[in-house]
Structure formats: structure tokens, C-alpha cells
Design a protein around this ligand. Sequence first.
Ligand code: ATP
Ligand code: MG
Ligand code: MG
Length: 362
Amino acid sequence: MNILILGNGQLGQMLGKAVIQHGHQCLLYSDREHKVKALGSQQALAMSLAEATAWADVATWEHEHLAEEIITTSADKILLKPEQFARITDRRSQKQLCDDLGIPTSPWRAYENAEQLAEILQHCDRAVVIKSAKGGYDGKGQWRWKPGQEIDTVAAEAGVRPGIVEDMIAFTDEVSVVAARSHDNQQCAYPLTLNVHQNGILSYSLAGTTSWSNKLEQLAQQHHAKLCEALDYVGVLAIEFFVVGEGEQQQLLVNEVAPRVHNSGHWTMSGANYDQFALHIRAITGMPLPELLCAPTLMLNAIGVAGYPELLWKAAAADCHWYGKDPRPGRKVGHINMIIDNAERGVQLAQEWAPQLQQLAE
Ligand code: ATP
Ligand code: MG
Ligand code: MG
């Protein structure tokens, strides 16, 4: 099959490798440069997006911030209806969808402009996170505010574009479910992954270690199935959750939905018999979804650094993935996976190495 990937960042490259692995052909469309490229090549092909779409049997994407005209141009080959793509990629309609489906999510209100945002904050008695409806990632496009703080400046800044005001959640943990849905409504899910963030950026993920209750694992998969069915979505989709409450009262609140492969699924490149990229390609090309076997794995993001610390790079146990990007503080440039014995060892390794692998700010 001919597969077109919209977006040409690291997720696009990793998806592209899975396309080739499965014996298909692959082109990538860089929406930043408006150019079509072959996998691993910097050189643009003499081909428009419309021509690449005509070439493709299926089009998929690596990120959800694609301009509307890209989705419109490739709509014939995309497995998701454009209106559903728009619905899940705007925080307002995404949150509304969760509410409509009875999937618990952090309490939220939408605003259209600075005036409405200021009005909401004036009547707000709790700490909140203000998030742009579209375009945010790695904590960008977010503002934190609590009662007593000045309103006008934050409202003017955040209110340039529509967004949501979300209650600040006192979570015990952050977890995600990465799972695929097939054309015939089958689900294939990796175990819940624990995610630890620094400055709104994913620092590390631990998977296959923590004994989350069956109840939480099942809840996450049920929420995933409900969302995918409502969207008629095919492929890998990730949901980020806040874990709140203790023991029997433990609950999952949706933080956000990422309709694509996800950073918190990168551990599967070393810790699972089928990684998330292979799983996505299998799902969108109509192959049967596999039975997953997973090993306890730590995934450490490399952020803003020019290379790996030598000791780590030379460690036989460290499975390194470098993206070939210019390093800038806060920019993801690679990741390292390590199979581990248990959660404690994973946390210990993360605490030892994350500071050496991550330059988060200037
Ligand atoms: P991503 O890179 O995952 O797409 P993003 O920029 O879309 O991130 P969010 O996932 O909404 O942003 O938020 C980033 C992080 O900020 C969360 O993982 C969490 O640690 C923190 N955060 C966001 N919203 C809240 C909230 N309502 N309460 C507490 N913490 C929050
Ligand atoms: Mg996001
Ligand atoms: Mg997030």
C-alpha cells in the first residue's frame, strides 16, 4: 500500500519506519515547509500535497495541529471524517465529547476572547489552568492562575485565542493509555503508563511495572473504546489521565486526548513485542491486531541537550533513539528506553539520569 504521513517530525519518522517494515511505501508531508519528502530525506520531492494524496491509499498524521486545508486536501484518504478530526483536536469540543459520553474529565469552561476569560476569572474561587483551544503542546499555550492574582494581563495574553479554563487538579499520578482500534471495532491496549512531567513536558514514563488496579486498567480501556467508537476512529489513540482519590475511591479524570501515536508510548519500541508505530500501521491497513507482550520499561526523554551523556550512551542496557534535531531548551531531541526489574529501580534510574538528559529552560 502507499501511505502518506502528514507531519514530518520524529513521530512521522518513526511511523515511516513502521510503514517500510510492513512492506508498504511511504511519503511524508512537512506541514511546516509545505513539502513532500521521502522517509529520512531532507530533499523535497516535486510533488504537491494533492498529488501525494492521489498517490496514497491511506493518509495518517503524526500530530493533531494540522491546518484545516491539509485535512480537506487529504480527506479522501484519511480514515477519520474531517468534522471528527476538528472535534477531537479542539480542547473545547474534546472536553464536551467527554462530558457527553459520561467520561470524567477535569471541570472546565470555554471562553472565546479576553473579555470572557476575565469575566470567568473574576468569579473564580479556585486555582486553574488556562489552555488555548488549539495548538498547545509540551505545556505551551498554558497559563496558571489562582485567586488573588492579577487578571488583566493573563486575560489579555491568553484571551488572544479561544480556550478553556480548567480546575487545577490535585492528582496523585498521571497515567496514559495508548491503544489501537481496528476497522472492525477491536481494541488492542498497552498497560497503563505512569508519566512524570517537569515544566509541563514529559520527563519520563514507566510502564509494565506498577500494579494499577484492574479497575483502573479497565476504566481506561472502556473510556478509550467509547471515545474511538464515538469518533469512528481507526488507529492508535492516546488518552492522558489524572489519577485522583485513594484505594477504592481511585478515579481517572481525562486530561487530554491525543488522536495519534504518543510520547508516552515510546517505551513500546523496546518493551513490547509490537511497538505503537507498528500497531498503528497494522490498524490503519486492516491487519489483525496482535496480542501484546510487555516488559517493565523506563522511557527517559532527552530534552534540549546536544547529545546523550557518554556513560548512558555506552550502557548496553540503554536503547537510544536520537531525532537529529537542533537542541533548544525544552525541545524533545531523543529518548532512551531501558528494560528494568521493577518500578523502584525505574524511578531510581530516572532520578539519576533525567537531570543530565534534560535542559528544560534557558
Ligand atoms: P502534551 O505535550 O502532552 O500534548 P499539552 O501542552 O497539551 O501537553 P497538557 O497535557 O494539557 O498540555 O498539560 C501538560 C501538563 O501540565 C500535564 O501533563 C500536567 O502535568 C499539567 N497540567 C495540565 N492541566 C492540569 C490541571 N488541570 N491540573 C493539574 N495539572 C495540570
Ligand atoms: Mg497536548
Ligand atoms: Mg498532555
